[in-house]
Ligand binder design. Sequence first.
Ligand code: DQA
Length: 140
Amino acid sequence: MKKILILNGPNLNLLGVRETSIYGAQDFETYFSTLKSKYDIVELSYFQSNTEGFIIDKLHEVGFEFDGIVLNAGAYTHTSVAIADAIAAINTAVIEVHISNVHTRETFRHHSYLAKNCIGVICGFGLDSYRLGIEALLAR
Ligand code: DQA
């Protein structure tokens, strides 16, 4: 069984409540259980933190063991050299995902510190961005 982690960063615990016109009305736990039931060939796990260091700790923890990580680092995407360095330090392939199309939004969201250390970026497909991230990992 392939082991894949979905790793969510700050404010993504508020999905379903937060800016629903941008991020949708569904909470992540409900989406995650539906997603999990779609894949019997994947051991899918999920972790969310609002804290940069905890996201880095999780990357270190699974990054030498898991087959893939689907990472939505939220706003840390646009600010965090430390998360970029953690992705570079581990062996596991990381896919950067975003729910919204960050390129249609404020210019500060157009740059990602993480993308160059990821195998690819998926954005703009709502929560389906996570499923597409898993498909991209499985297709490798
Ligand atoms: C986001 C986009 C980021 O710019 C933002 O800070 C988020 C969510 C997305 O999934 O669309 O928190 O990563």
